[in-house]
Each structure stands twice: as structure tokens, then as C-alpha cells.
Ligand binder design. Structure first.
Ligand code: HEM
Length: 345
């Protein structure tokens, strides 16, 4: 069945886009990597629940608004990201060099109501009911979505397709690796305040649950390239086994093969994924609106997410997915929201 048919009854207008072909993104220049930490929430193990809310700044008291936001977030496990639109000239701020508005990729059907925003606040915790809903004068809510991790599917964090999630992630406890892949470093050509921050990509991806669930498990495994029960790569036995991409067990259009071809070049494109599932009241009666809040972090969004996303074009998983929202943001360093203000105070 065609992807458009599977995901047709969405109530979304079609604003499909095409990310143009680009030359390969080079590996980062060798630099000292003194910055080994940023906002600890980024590299901490995933929590059970999250609320992601995008806001636009209204009025012109950015300082007062950010200070109020900081006070509201005291003691809350959260990330604050800034979107490209915050740097449209309303405020005298130094923009992260690589921050752009999220483009539409090949298979996207973006709904403007679910995209972008001046700020993206992500609050995480283990008790969904206990997560605060942040409201601050000067911030107008643009979109908001609740995320969770399904329980009861067996060991490990699983997504709504029933597969273990995160096994292919770089080790977030390896501080040197996170310096290389996630945290912006001095020498990256970024404004000073960006050092220790990270580029965050959020993608709201509707998943064709009935269609997926009616496919045999063997077909699902072919699409992903891993076993559904253990998470082992096809042809392997344990989840920790390296996928054998030289053999024929893992299909050429399998998700894990295209997401990480494991070549010397693709090492530099690795990202840290920290996503959640979502389930919302159907917009159209009878249509289950469920999917993935895909979230990932990287030091360079072109080299990380955008390169991988373009590589995934035409993958076997594509027909089950409908990316409809999200954005590109820059997560502020550990110093918090004041870091971005001109005098840092
Ligand atoms: C709803 C959409 C998606 C689903 C259901 C999904 C599912 C999975 C699953 C089951 C795995 C294997 C286990 C793991 O390592 O986590 C995986 C791996 C991976 N996915 Fe996705 N994924 C989705 C979207 C994406 C997107 C949008 C990207 C990036 C553009 C991406 C990048 C990756 C990467 C880099 C890996 C690790 C590959 C490896 O190193 O073995 N995924 N995904």
C-alpha cells in the first residue's frame, strides 16, 4: 500500500518539500575539545515522560521574559532551545552560526501550526502528571506535545512499533565522544555564548500503526534491520553485536543500514537520539494519531541529522511515517537562558 494512502486521513494540508542534493558535509576540523559538558539533561538517560512546548516571544522585553522563564524552570529537568526566528532582528542577539529554520525534507508534509518557534522548552521526568506546564508572561504558546515511553513491551525502551530504541546510540556517558559529536566547542566559529550548547532537532512523526501492526514480524524486522524481541541486528545474536553490513542479512533499504552505514566517513555524522512516543486525540474520527517525537542532538546539524535524513530517503520505513512538524533549535549551555543575552547577565 502507498504511504500517502496509509497516512491519508490526517487532516493535514500538503506542504511537501524536497531537500535539494548537496555536496557531502565534511568532517569537523581537528580542534581541542575542552568542553565536555553542557546541559546535563541532554546526555542523561531518557526519562519516562516529556512535554515539549514551542513559544514565540511577544513584546520586546526579552530579558525580563527569559529571567521569568529561568525562575519558572528552577529545579525542573529541562532544556531551553532557541529557534532561528528569535534572531530575526527584533533583539540584538548573536545567532548560532548554523541555526536555520528546519527545511521540509522529501517525505515531509509539514503543518505550519506544528513547526518552529522562537523557543522550545522540553521538560522531562518520570511522572507524566507531575510535569509542569510552563506559562510565562511574554511567551505565547505555539505548539505543545506530550511524550512518553510505552511500558510492558519487555526489556529496554521501546517505540510504538514495538522495537527497542537507542541501542545504536553513541555512548552518552563517554564525555570525550559527546565533546566530539554533541557539544559546540571553542574553535567551531560560533558566538562565544554557544560553546557548550548543542543543536537540537525535533521531528513530529506520525506512524501508520494499523498498517505496521498488520505486517508480519519478519517484514518489520527487515524494514528496521534488527530483531524485534532482542534488538540484535539481523544475522547477529545479541543487541550489542555490530551489524554485519557486509553480508546480505540486513536489507539495502533497512533503517539501521541507511541511518548508519558504519563507514569511516559516517562516524562524524553520528547523533545522540533522545526521542519519545506520543499519542493524541484523533483529529479525524477513527484515525489513531500516534507516533514519535524524534529528538536528536549534534554539534553541527547539517553534518548530523540533515545528512542522515537525506540518506534515509527511500528507506523501507518511509511508507509508515509522516513527518508533520518540529523544528531546529539550539539548546543553551549549562549557564542557562541568560547566556544568550548580550552582557550575559
Ligand atoms: C518514527 C520514526 C523512526 C522510527 C520508528 C525509528 C526506529 C529505529 C529503530 C527501531 C532503530 C534501532 C534501534 C536503535 O538504535 O535505536 C533505529 C536506529 C536509528 N535511527 Fe531511527 N527511527 C525513526 C526515525 C529516525 C530518524 C528521523 C532518524 C534520523 C534522521 C533516525 C536515525 C537513526 C539512527 C542514527 C539509528 C542508529 C543506527 C545504528 O547506528 O545502528 N531514525 N531507529
Amino acid at each position: 500500500m502507498k504511504r500517502r494512502t496509509l497516512l491519508a486521513a490526517t487532516g493535514l494540508g500538503v506542504v511537501a518539500g524536497c531537500a535539494e542534493a548537496r555536496p557531502p558535509v565534511p568532517a569537523p576540523p581537528p580542534v581541542d575539545l575542552p568542553v565536555r559538558t553542557g546541559n546535563a539533561v541532554v546526555v542523561a538517560p531518557v526519562r519516562r515522560a516529556a512535554v515539549l512546548t514551542a513559544y514565540d516571544v511577544i513584546g520586546n522585553d526579552l530579558r525580563g521574559t527569559l529571567q521569568a522563564l529561568e525562575e519558572r524552570l528552577a529545579g525542573v529537568a529541562a532544556t531551553v532551545g532557541v529557534g532561528a526566528s528569535l534572531f530575526d532582528g527584533r533583539f540584538a542577539l548573536a545567532k548560532p552560526r548554523l541555526l536555520t529554520e528546519m527545511p521540509a525534507f522529501r517525505a515531509d508534509v509539514l503543518d505550519p501550526q506544528w513547526c518552529h518557534g522562537d523557543l522550545l522548552v522540553q521538560v522531562v521526568g518520570d511522572n507524566a502528571e507531575g510535569l509542569p506546564r510552563i506559562a510565562v508572561p511574554g511567551l505565547r504558546r505555539r505548539w505543545s506535545i506530550d511524550g512518553f515511553h510505552p511500558v510492558g513491551h519487555g526489556a529496554g525502551v521501546r517505540n510504538l512499533f514495538g522495537f527497542r530504541e537507542g541501542d545504536g546510540n553513541p555512548d552518552a556517558a563517554d564525555r570525550d565522544l559527546m565533546s566530539r559529536l554533541v557539544w559546540v566547542q571553542p574553535g567551531d566559529g560560533e558566538p562565544d555564548w554557544c560553546v557548550g550548547g548543542t543543536y537540537q532537532v525535533v521531528r513530529l512523526i506520525r506512524m501508520a500503526m494499523p498498517s505496521w501492526d498488520s505486517d508480519p514480524v519478519a517484514e518489520q524486522e527487515r524494514v528496521i534491520g534488527r530483531k524485534k524481541d532482542t534488538g540484535a541486528p539481523l544475522g547477529g545474536e545479541r543487541v550489542t553485536d555490530a551489524p554485519d553490513l557486509g553480508g546480505d542479512q540486513i536489507a539495502v533499504d533497512a533503517h539501521i543500514r541507511l541511518a548508519n552505514p558504519r563507514t569511516p566517513e559516517s562516524e562524524a555524522h553520528r547523533i545522540l537520539r533522545r526521542g519519545y512516543s506520543y499519542r493524541r486525540t484523533p483529529e479525524v474520527a477513527g484515525v489513531d494519531d500516534a507516533g514519535q517525537i524524534f529528538v536528536c542532538y549534534q554539534r553541527d546539524v547539517e553534518r548530523g541529522f540533515a545528512t542522515i535524513q537525506r540518506r534515509l530517503a527511500g528507506e523501507a520505513l518511509e511508507k509508515y511515517l509522516l513527518p508533520f512538524g518540529g523544528g531546529y533549535y539550539f539548546v543553551l549551555p549549562a549557564a542557562g537562558v541568560r547566556a544568550i543575552l548580550p552582557d550575559g547577565a
